[in-house]
Unconditional design. Structure first.
Length: 202
């Protein structure tokens, strides 16, 4: 990924998005706190991306997004907002309302079926994580969308440093939507083209 991003920066390779699944592992970003790794039951990788600890594993679609912001818009905040919009539009294809939060990274969905917070706040679960890095205005790392991962695997970390008990982690399957990874990929591509422009097959 880093080699590809460097080649894009040099003008030697086209932009690229990789969609993949990882074996079970934890990754730490540049803001990760050691105390947020609760149980290192899986390999832990330092990534250099922004953010804290997250989990990747089977049943989760990871999207590594390598775009040249010099050709697009040299605005990292706008790029992150576009990634959030990409996930939100993808979720809408399955009638799931994803939402962004100013104080929490990623895409969240409200859970009125779960216990509220101590002050009565509605429970919310994260369904997608976002963590990027930008070098020479080329982006890498990206997003992860929970399709049908083993949600128990998230218990080895404090996901993205969020400790409040009414903020959890969910997936499409957990929300009662047993969609296939192919279905998700089709929705991801359609939403990506709506936000970032046309794509071509690799």
């Amino acid at each position: 990924m880093e080699a590809r991003a460097a080649a894009i920066a040099r003008g030697e390779a086209p932009e690229r998005v990789w969609l993949l699944e990882h074996p079970p592992l934890y990754t730490s970003g540049t803001s990760a706190k050691p105390g947020d790794l609760l149980d290192a039951r899986f390999p832990v990788f330092e990534t250099g991306r922004g953010g804290q600890f997250t989990y990747h594993g089977p049943g989760q679609r990871v999207g590594y997004v390598m775009l040249d912001l010099k050709r697009r818009r040299q605005d990292v905040r706008a790029f992150v907002a576009a990634l959030e919009a990409w996930i939100i539009e993808t979720l809408a294809a399955f009638n799931v309302k994803g939402e962004r939060r100013e104080d929490r990274v990623g895409v969240w969905t409200r859970r009125p079926d779960k216990p509220a917070g101590l002050s009565g706040e509605m429970a919310e679960d994260k369904i997608a994580a976002i963590g990027i890095r930008v070098r020479q205005w080329v982006t890498f790392h990206g997003v992860s969308l929970n399709v049908e991962p083993d949600l128990a695997h998230f218990s080895g970390i404090t996901p993205c440093g969020v400790r409040e008990t009414h903020y959890g982690v969910t997936s499409l399957a957990d929300l009662g939507l047993p969609v296939t990874m192919t279905d998700v990929d089709v929705a991801l591509r359609r939403a990506f083209e709506d936000i970032f422009g046309p794509t071509v097959a690799a």
